[in-house]
Design a protein around this ligand. Structure first.
Ligand code: SF4
Length: 427
């Protein structure tokens, strides 16, 4: 693409009617993983998982390498007696919550996070949150959400968490207007976008989740909603019910996606496209120079996405259109057709697109295709590597800053790295 390109959606693109639906055994990571990036973002929130030792181990191993300070998450472990329904879990939960709040006066929001075990015994965390909210009124807000891995993908934990915040958001005054960016962004990326929106003349910009839970963004009829992550459909619908207007756009990955995303906001604010060009030109040029270096490694390489993060479509679009990669198959756990329409329009016609998973059949296709790179969950990466397939963990896409112009080259590099490593090993 040229450095003056503004996204115009082609009439063709990927045909949504040609999506193959698969229903079978799935291999996905659990929604508790979202706590890792959510607790880093909301700096005065504590996440108390009500779960088993397995949940505690999962959380510890997912977060362990990144926690350098006292963590703001913990697991209230359900014992066998609890699971057999012989103990009052609520008493124990109240005791653990009291301990945490006494030890951590900085905590302003306490999330009770449901897991598979708490759901199996039907522990009512909504009631527990209500009870604790009443007990600590004025001191801490207590909310609940489910991150159970039974039916969810690992990114859905963020959707259910943010959904629990929607009723807490203050109303936006009727005569006010604001832009609400939905989805966790690293602070450095949030700051870049804040500066860019200010330069473009878009005023009153808020982010959900916020850095402090004492500064929840307002929402109302004057809210324009722009999604930074594609896996937040439930929260987006709840915000629309509160009056927000959804701006549909490609997601801000790569130059093209970021330009299209910003353009959705400038169009809503009736800012001329020429102004968008002017403001973004230096960042676009920088990003294109950085991507060009990675493109030399990626161009012509074949890539398959297994369904895991729900980021598959926008990332595949970026790798295909800006890095010259060949898409062998793109599989996604759920296809949110309305949110994904701008991405589908930018994907190649005839793409093999799959929604859902039937693991064995998918692995058969993968072994027949033998792409140069497979994007997949943690659980599949090592077995596939042992079969001589190069892999990339999809979870890295949420642990690494990858949104926006200044991170576009880093995003491309994430995929170039395993290919470089494998070529070095072959020498
Ligand atoms: S899948 Fe269920 S039991 Fe396993 S860690 Fe996640 S919430 Fe806990």
């Amino acid at each position: 693409m040229t450095d003056t390109a503004i996204v115009s959606f082609p009439a063709s693109g990927c045909d949504v009617s040609s999506v193959t639906l698969e229903r079978g055994q799935r291999q996905v990571f659990c929604g508790l993983a979202g706590i890792v990036w959510l607790h880093r973002k909301i700096q005065d929130a504590f996440f108390l998982v009500v779960g088993s030792r397995t949940c505690a181990h999962l959380l510890q191993s997912a977060a362990g390498v990144m926690i350098f300070a006292e963590p703001r998450f913990a697991t209230a472990i359900l014992q066998e007696r609890d699971l057999a329904g012989m103990a009052d879990c609520n008493q124990e939960l109240d005791r653990v919550a009291a301990e945490i709040l006494e030890r951590r006066p900085d905590i302003k929001t306490l999330f009770l996070v449901g897991s598979c075990p708490s759901e199996v015994i039907k522990l009512d965390l909504a009631k527990a949150a209500e009870r604790l909210s009443a007990a600590y009124r004025g001191r801490v807000r207590v909310l609940d959400y489910s991150a159970s891995g039974l039916e969810a993908t690992f990114t859905q934990g963020e959707d259910t968490c943010l959904l629990s915040l929607v009723p807490e958001l203050p109303p936006l005054a009727d005569d006010e207007r604001s832009l609400l960016v939905l989805g966790t962004l690293p602070d450095v990326v949030e700051d870049q976008f804040t500066r860019m929106f200010a330069e473009l003349g878009i005023g009153s910009v808020h982010f959900l989740p916020p850095r402090q839970s004492t500064a929840f963004p307002p929402v109302g009829r004057g809210t324009s909603l722009l999604l930074a992550q594609p896996f937040l459909g439930e929260t987006a619908r709840a915000l629309q019910k509160r009056g927000a207007t959804l701006l549909t756009a490609p997601f801000p990955f790569g130059v093209e996606g970021t330009l299209g995303w910003l353009q959705a906001a400038t169009d809503a604010w009736e800012i001329p496209v020429a102004r968008l060009h002017e403001v973004t030109a230096p960042a676009v040029a920088r990003a294109q120079r950085g991507i060009a270096r990675q493109r030399e490694i990626l161009v012509g390489k074949r890539i398959t996405f297994l369904p895991d993060s729900q980021l598959e479509l926008p990332i595949a679009r970026f790798l295909s259109r800006e890095c010259g990669m060949e898409l062998v198959e793109v599989a996604t756990p759920f296809l949110e057709r309305q949110l994904m329409a701008p991405e589908l329009a930018l994907l190649p016609t005839g793409l093999r697109l799959t929604e859902g998973q039937d693991l064995e059949r998918q692995l058969d296709r993968l072994r027949a295709d033998r792409p140069d790179l497979t994007v997949c969950g943690l659980g599949l990466a090592n077995p596939l590597e042992s079969e001589g397939l190069r892999t990339k963990w999809s979870i890295e896409l949420v642990f690494t800053p990858v949104h926006g112009f200044d991170q576009a080259a880093d995003l491309a590099e994430l995929f170039a790295r395993p290919l470089v490593r494998s070529s070095l090993l072959r020498v």
